[in-house]
Design a protein around this ligand. Sequence first.
Ligand code: UD1
Ligand code: CA
Length: 449
Amino acid sequence: MTSRTCLSIILAAGEGTRMKSALPKVLHKIAGLPMVAHVARAAEAAGAGDLALVVGHGAEEVRKAAEKFAPRAELFVQEKRLGTADAVLAARAAIARGYDDILVMFGDTPLIDPTALAAARDRLANGAAVVVLGFRTDKPTGYGRLIEKGGRLVAIREEKDCSEEERRITFCNSGLMAIAGGQALKLLEAVGNANAKGEFYLTDIVGIASGQGLEVVATEASFESALGINNRAELAEAEAIWQQRRRREAMLAGVTLVAPETVFFSHDTEIGADTVVEPNVWFGPGVRIDPGASIHGFSHIEGATVASGSEVGPFARLRPGADLKKRAKVGNFCEVKKATVEEGAKVNHLTYIGDARVGAGANIGAGTITCNYDGYSKFFTDIGENAFIGSNSSLVAPVSIGNGGYVASGSVITEDVPEDALAFGRARQKNLPGKARELRARRAEAAKK
Ligand code: UD1
Ligand code: CA
């Protein structure tokens, strides 16, 4: 790693009209994390020093979100959207502190590759004044074209300002740029707005620097690195690429995905080796799956931890705070929320466990419900070790079932059940011999009349 100082500037002031959204564009999510946070992470992963975030449209919302994903970032407001060079200059105070390297990134280019950032900085270290990350594409429409002469980058021309011939160039500007800190302000201040859009283009510093005889270079990045998100179709495209990468990473790390294209991860999903994930599983944010768990098909899991040897699903829902210890089982049509299911406990069928603890080895019968909410507050249910809850029971919280407690099927439990006690919370059954035959005869007679 280089010892050079670095300022990373992320531009996120644009309106993003084509998203047709009340939410600022850069806060739209990929894998559950705002696009701009992906960019901030890539910068961090590349060791890209201090972070400046330029906001404008939806500034307050972006500021609030940034407190979470980049608490160290310094925020600058671009008052009017006068173009990308103007946006960078919104962070003038930070640039003026004097850094060796300035990295400029766009908040709507979420899949940028940290190694490409690091490579761009290496070129600065080797004497370049401006480094542009280019990419090649058959469909260059909308991108700035990289104009090279004699193997040197001499200008970037925006689509609207291109000649016919220039428009045919397929080497394009990703938007990512590295600028020598000592030159940055001088170059940016030299940018004018005499172009088709009347904007101050960041891309113009290439022509300016090149005209001054400074070294300007283009390096090549992947298409994904350059994928700019302008509408929801592109958002979905980026999501798909992200998911595909993550699935591959998981599989190469020892996770079996039976049908990888049907499994969806979050940006922070942790999943251990030898875990098997069946088709159609969704991981929301905050999930940790330890090695050797089984996640059966059609399970929806968020904010949960699942220990080794546990089984989830098929068709299970684990909500935030669900904590499955070793060899626990949560089966079909069960929902677990803010509850610990201790070692070897079984919650196998058609059950809701919320605000509860299920002790080690306990068995929860089909259709059991913890009644945790009275319309105002939530209450806790404690189920002891090796307890047995008969099917179709309601446990009305707050309530506890002692270790080894046994609840008869169909009970409504409103009082604590002591250790090893057998609890009936229902009316006793009464059999009336021969009464069914009598009843049928009476009904048949009545129907004749
Ligand atoms: C820009 C590049 C283009 C490149 C393309 C890659 C310029 C002039 N053009 O074009 O060469 O191929 O990205 O996707 O840089 N922004 C602000 N304030 C502004 C204007 C923009 O913060 O006043 C931000 C936007 O929020 C966005 C980024 O800068 O994150 C890029 O702006 P956008 O208008 O999308 O530029 P493009 O026309 O896509
Ligand atoms: Ca764009």
